[in-house]
Design a protein around this ligand. Structure first.
Ligand code: SF4
Length: 358
């Protein structure tokens, strides 16, 4: 164990939200001291424990994101998806965006208590909070630090609407808390499953639970009355976009009982692009030139390609009986019970957010 100073800034430097959304702290800049832990249980992973000064972050108005407020208890993600859009955020901490992103995990150890305090502030008006939009809040570190139960309990007690996007099966540990929260506020859960090909999964998402296990999460939460949308992301050009692959994936998503499916084609933003292209060169060198052409204009595949994938997935979703992504049901599952909450008055519940990011 080492003690050191590590400063994490929020404000304008932090693109946050899976590397796509700038964060700006509501309650001031985040600056902390930390201790650094290497533990045999998590061989190869270093945890940088920090005490954050703020936990609710604002997404700037210019953002295209369908949410304004986020909570991110971790930075870096041991799920290690090669394409991860959040890689660049590690450079703001002077950490490596490649392997360092996968194995240098910043943990905001005071996130639950801080969130409870900030939710109780008169300055907070009870708006929707999105989680898992930067890095996965149910990554492996959560098994050790158990931050989410405290976070969910605070949101439940304040009847504050929220959504979670995850690839982590660990979310099922918190099933009771999610169910309790869904009784008093709107809870939106999305699980990310871009494809079901086991070989591709092992190679490109090496630290994640298998797609089938993620779909088990969809099934289990659905059985508990919490509808789950699937973010079919990323659809990886030339590797997971064959019509037969799309069909297989949508069929599996439908069989799991997802309330919606939203396809998203791979983005290659700076930070992710270099890491992904190095992987492609190692694993599929014959595709490098095709990728250079497809992503010649920048981070996004051409509109025609994105439209084609969206149309195909929506047609398949219709065929398999999954509603369009915007038609998911509200996640509040019963009328609120009489339970002590700090200050629910005047806090208008918002519609659950259908996240459009991985
Ligand atoms: S699970 Fe999400 S945050 Fe984690 S590495 Fe994969 S894409 Fe990035």
């Amino acid at each position: 164990m080492r003690w050191e100073n590590l400063t994490v800034e929020s404000g304008g430097r932090d693109p946050g939200d899976h590397g796509r959304v700038p964060d700006a702290a509501l309650f001031g800049a985040v600056a902390v001291t930390s201790r650094t832990i290497d533990t045999p249980e998590f061989a190869g992973i270093t945890f940088h424990e920090i005490r954050a000064r703020s936990i609710i972050n604002r997404v700037p108005g210019a953002s295209r994101m369908p949410f304004e407020w986020t909570v991110n208890p971790y930075r870096g993600c041991s799920h290690a998806c090669v394409y991860c859009f959040a890689r660049k955020t590690h450079s703001y901490l002077d950490l490596d965006t490649g392997l360092g992103f996968d194995n240098q995990i910043v943990v905001k150890v005071n996130a639950p208590e801080l969130l409870r305090r900030q939710l109780g502030s008169p300055r907070w008006t009870g708006e929707h909070i999105a989680m898992g939009t930067n890095v996965d809040c149910y990554q492996r570190a959560e098994g050790r630090y158990r931050l989410m139960p405290g976070i969910l309990a605070a949101l439940r007690d304040h009847a504050n609407p929220f959504s979670i996007l995850t690839k982590g099966t660990l979310i099922l540990r918190d099933l009771d808390l999610l169910t309790e929260a869904a009784r008093v506020t709107d809870v939106g859960i999305s699980v990310s499953v871009g494809f079901t090909d086991p070989v591709l999964w092992r190679s490109v998402e090496p630290g994640t639970p298998a797609p089938e296990r993620r779909l088990d999460v969809v099934r289990t939460l659905g059985e508990r009355g919490i509808g789950v949308g699937v973010l079919m992301a990323p659809v990886i050009p030339f590797l997971s976009d064959h019509p037969a692959q799309l069909r297989q994936t949508v069929r599996a998503i439908a069989a799991a009982g997802a309330t919606s499916v939203t396809p998203l084609v791979l983005h290659l933003r700076p930070g992710a692009r270099e890491w992904f292209m190095a992987w492609l060169d190692r694993e599929h060198p014959h595709l490098v030139r095709r990728y250079e052409r497809l992503y010649a204009e920048g981070a996004y595949a051409p509109k025609w390609y994105q439209r084609r994938i969206t149309r195909q997935v929506h047609e398949l979703a219709q065929e398999y009986g999954i509603g369009p992504s915007h038609a998911g049901p509200r996640r509040r599952i019963t009328e609120p019970e009489a339970r002590p909450v700090d200050d629910p008055a005047g806090r208008a519940a918002t519609d659950p957010v259908q996240l459009t990011l991985i």
